[in-house]
Design a protein around this ligand. Structure first.
Ligand code: TYD
Ligand code: MG
Length: 395
């Protein structure tokens, strides 16, 4: 008799293993592997219904209203000019960054433009959402609020209300009868998303899903959602800073280099249409270790201040700390400074920081970081109005 085969799936990243493990070898999370039974025979595999007919690419017409502008410029910029009908967006971000706030504002602006929005809230009650909406000054007759987590009920409400945009907050709370496991488990999240995405494509509706990310920055529950949706928007912000940055990690309908910048205020998120100076710090010239770097973001340039603090260390192994810069990149750069600039950092703690909670991902910032380290180590401030960029190679 064939033994029932059981696999173990990591709830954080979707890694599968034939046996149970205490720590996921893929993402390193402890205790995240959970038992998953295979689907009952006969449920998957054979396709019975007739599929779609092929259509000539040249004969497909694109409707003029294929995109719905939300009216929030910074959001539309990242989306590539507005939400696409039938397009599914995953809005990922850590808890508390402002995802629900942003989407409630998006819903409100869409409703003002005459779109009917269905806002499904699996995390907050209708009353809580209403309170928030009052604070945001959001509202409108065309927003339908649904505190629900069952996908089957959501689908029947979509049938009933026939909205033109659906927002689901969040995928981790959804559950469906067709999958096993608790809400938030890989099988539930995957199946629920698949059902909603299917429905959105069938009805040509834009669908926005909220997904929480874990501390390590991976989309919690399932990294696997990334390829089921058309676009993944990442909403980031540093604790204690009011600025929030929206970027597209993937976008089938637009560029991934554009960013949207918002400021969290007492009455919700405000657009920052000219963010060029906000990450440049106080601009206090004359302080050693501070260098402004022009970061290119889509069609805009942002001035970002990189800061290096070099000080005598009292530890046997000096500290190398970097915030907003990749640690291995900063170690390479500090070694280059030692080797080629003749400045010894031995016995010194080195702290690198990017002002305003900005994160530097491109190597174009190398020269600015090297300048900051040199300026900090030599205690010589760079002239005010000075800026630099460029990649620094190992040679
Ligand atoms: P929220 O949208 O609930 O975050 P998420 O859905 O990503 O978990 O945002 C919560 C935070 O935003 C909370 O810490 C308070 C802050 N906030 C404001 O500062 N101003 C506001 O008007 C609102 C609604 C929230
Ligand atoms: Mg929320």
């Amino acid at each position: 008799m064939a033994k029932k085969r059981v696999t173990y799936v990591c709830l954080e990243c979707g890694y599968t293993s034939p046996g149970w493990l205490g720590k996921c070898p893929s993402c390193g999370t402890w205790g995240s592997l959970s038992e998953q039974s295979p689907p009952p025979a006969g449920e998957s595999g054979k396709r019975t219904s007739k599929g779609a007919d092929p259509v000539k690419l040249s004969e497909i017409s694109v409707p003029s209203d294929a995109r719905i502008e939300t009216g929030i410029g910074e959001f539309d910029r990242v989306a590539g000019g507005g939400l696409v009908r039938g397009g599914c967006v995953l809005l990922a971000g850590s808890p508390g960054v402002g995802k629900s706030t942003l989407l409630l504002q998006v819903a409100s602006r869409l409703a003002e433009r005459g779109e009917r929005v269905l806002y499904v809230s699996g995390e907050e009650s209708a009353f809580q959402v209403k309170l928030r909406a009052e604070r945001l000054g959001a509202g409108g007759d065309e927003i339908y609020l649904l505190p629900e987590t069952s996908v089957e009920s959501i689908l029947s409400v979509i049938e009933e209300v026939s909205p033109s945009v659906v927002i689901v907050d969040s995928v981790q709370t959804l559950s469906t009868e067709t999958a096993q496991g608790l809400p938030g488990s890989v099988s539930q999240v995957r199946e629920s998303t698949a059902l909603l995405v299917d429905e959105a494509k069938r009805r040509n509706l834009p669908l926005i899903l909220v997904g929480h990310v874990t501390k390590e920055g991976v989309i919690a529950g399932p990294k696997l959602l990334e390829h089921m949706v058309d676009a993944v928007f990442q909403f980031d912000g540093e604790k204690g800073h009011p600025y929030r940055v929206l970027r597209a990690a993937k976008n089938r309908f637009g560029s991934v280099s554009e960013v949207g910048v918002f400021e969290m205020t007492g009455s919700g998120l405000a657009e920052v249409s000219d963010p060029s100076g906000i990450f440049a710090g106080s601009g206090a010239g004359g302080v050693p270790g501070m260098v402004v770097y022009p970061a290119l973001q889509g069609m805009r340039t942002l001035l970002v201040e990189v800061q290096a603090l070099v000080s005598r260390s009292y530890l046997p192994v000096p500290r190398r700390v970097s915030v907003g810069v990749d640690l291995s990149r900063s170690q390479i750069l500090s070694t280059i400074v030692e080797k080629y600039c003749g400045v010894s950092l031995a016995g010194c703690d080195l702290f690198l920081n990017v002002a305003g909670g900005w994160k530097i991902a491109d190597t174009g910032a190398d020269l600015a970081l090297v300048s900051a380290i040199l300026s900090g180590a030599l205690d010589v401030p760079v002239p005010s109005g000075f800026t630099c960029f460029g990649e620094v190679g190992l040679g």
